[in-house]
Design a protein around this ligand. Structure first.
Ligand code: GLC
Length: 538
């Protein structure tokens, strides 16, 4: 990205994922809603993010908490009404925030009228909208494909004596994306929201859309071990990431491009080399195929440096990178790397080249909440208990203040609050200039003011011991980022890295303005940004 004028909003900006059930309840039912989000927009503006991405808000039986859609062009009453949605878009836009929706096109709910029709008889016009197959010779499932949520991917329909495929729950039948009518129906739903002013979509499991046309068996995974989720027993080479998927992604991109300045994000869990294919031929695919590498990367300087380098090298010409640090499917970063390193992770996320995506609550250091067996809501955990796949612990209510339900609701929340919410909440942390929340605010503000951070090149400098060093450069200026990934203090010799300037920000929030001399000492778990102070904004 070479100039401000040519930089699209989603490349310069920072995305913030809201899990609507858990952000803010406005109608006292213990579940978050759209009016609740509207009430919290000032917080998001003050935090300094540029766009909100909402996990699904569409009518749904909630078997997978909204990822089982029964109407693509409505709002589930639990979240409010279409008028509430329009009010949210207007309020967000009025405050300069973009709104990105979650599109779930791979599967519908089994209660969607399309599926009800499809299953009603073999000759129903919508039969081919889903993946129906005859039983195998022995009467069993048509092939060995597994559901990501445990068990076979096939369910038998006794009335029509065929199986339908579901990559997730049996209540989430997969649509047949080889069927042109299916494509047009989803593209029309996209246009419906785009016309309402939505700024883009995050497309759920986009790499799953097309399946092998011959429904061949998936090969076994030789690395499968006890304790891994059961679907990992097979390599899903025939049930996902098929080459024809890119054709569909390009079509979705065309729909988005019918409107000005809209964004297409793909949810993709694939190795980096496959992931980048989703930018599409000549960048005709997703603007941002979500890069989840940081969600599972071992937290060591050298490993991270190699990962960043591998990603940077793999990017197609002109493709804009992105980084994700947390989401509603993965363990909270503060639990994965520890509270001290969560600050370093924040600095990493917001200083790497590319669009960062934050997950609600990470800015206050929210941790994975322990969920007692009787409190489990996640269907994945219910189907595959006891091996740690449960996602409830990263979906708990936002901790706004120390009042009985953390300011989230006046009723008992749908998931339990963290034990420490009375200390770790927005109200308390806002009042503390050295809190992780204050750090996030400072990082986001600095990123806005320094073009090096939002648009600059990435130049690796070193990864030695537990130190990760890189430079961001543009417009004739550069900043250096030094991250200490360990508890042991570390020092670097300034001359070697051409350090020049002052500390603009430390993760400890207590060294800004310090001149950098011949060497730079980093304390335990400290990260710093070094450069020349930006001109004050007038
Ligand atoms: C995506 C969503 C996840 C959901 C699954 C099935 O991975 O992020 O929450 O369960 O798709 O729709």
């Amino acid at each position: 990205m070479d100039s401000v004028a040519s930089t699209p909003w989603w490349a310069a900006g920072v995305l913030y994922q809201i899990y609507p059930r858990s952000f803010q309840d406005s109608n006292c039912d213990g579940v978050g809603d759209l009016a609740g989000i509207v009430a919290r927009l000032p917080y998001l503006v003050d935090l300094g993010v540029d766009a909100i991405w909402l996990s699904p808000i569409f009518p749904s039986p909630m078997a997978d908490f909204g990822y089982d859609v029964s109407n693509y062009v409505g709002v589930d009453p639990i979240f409010g009404t279409m008028a509430d949605f329009d009010a949210l878009v207007a309020a967000a836009h009025g405050r300069g925030l973009k709104v990105v929706l979650d599109l779930v096109p791979n599967h519908t709910s089994d209660q969607h009228p399309w599926f009800l029709e499809s299953r009603s008889s073999r000759d129903n016009p919508k039969r081919d909208w889903y993946l129906w197959r005859d039983p195998a010779a022995d009467g069993g499932a048509p092939n060995n494909w597994l559901s990501e949520f445990g068990g076979s991917g096939w369910d038998y329909d006794a009335a029509t004596r065929q199986y339908y495929y579901h990559a997730f729950l049996s209540a989430q039948p997969d649509l047949n994306w080889r069927n042109k009518q299916v494509r047009e129906a989803i593209y029309d739903a996209m246009r419906f929201w785009l016309r309402k002013g939505v700024d883009g979509f995050r497309v759920d499991v986009i790499w799953h859309l097309i399946k092998d046309d011959q429904f061949r068996d998936n090969p076994p995974n030789a690395d499968f071990r006890v304790g891994m989720p059961p679907h990992a027993a097979l390599h899903p080479v025939y049930s996902a990431d098929r080459p024809e998927t890119l054709e569909v992604v390009a079509e979705m991109r065309k729909v988005v491009d019918e409107f000005d300045a809209r964004l297409l994000i793909g949810e993709i869990y694939l190795p980096i080399e496959r992931l980048v294919a989703y930018y599409g031929h000549d960048l005709s695919g997703a603007h941002l195929p979500f890069n989840f590498a940081l969600l599972s990367a071992p937290w060591h300087a050298r490993g991270l440096a190699q990962l960043i380098e591998r990603y940077e090298q793999a990017l197609p010409n002109g493709a804009w990178p992105n980084w994700v640090l947390g989401n509603h499917d993965r363990q909270r970063v503060a639990s994965r790397v520890g509270p001290a390193q969560a600050r370093v992770a924040a600095m990493l996320l917001l200083t790497l080249r590319g669009t960062p995506t934050m997950y609600y609550g990470d800015e206050i250091g929210m941790r994975q909440v322990a969920i007692a067996p009787e409190q489990v809501r996640d269907p994945f955990e219910k189907n595959v208990p006891g091996i740690g796949v449960g996602r409830d612990g990263c979906r708990t209510p936002m901790q706004w203040d120390g009042s009985p339900h953390a300011g989230f609701s006046s009723a008992e929340p749908w998931l339990p609050l963290a034990d420490d919410f009375a200390q770790d909440n927005v109200a308390n942390l806002s009042a503390d200039p050295q809190s992780i929340l204050s750090l996030y605010r400072a990082l986001l503000a600095l990123r806005k003011r320094l073009p090096q951070l939002s648009r600059g090149d990435y130049q690796p400098l070193a990864a030695e011991g537990d130190l990760l060093l890189y430079r961001r450069h543009c417009d004739g200026g550069s900043v250096l980022i030094a991250l200490n990934l360990s508890a042991a203090p570390a020092a670097l010799v300034s001359d070697r890295f051409g350090l020049d300037g002052e500390i603009l920000l430390s993760t400890a929030m207590d060294r800004a303005g310090e001149r950098v001399g011949a060497s730079l000492a980093l304390r335990s778990h400290e990260g710093v940004i070094v450069g020349r102070a930006p001109e004050p904004v007038v």
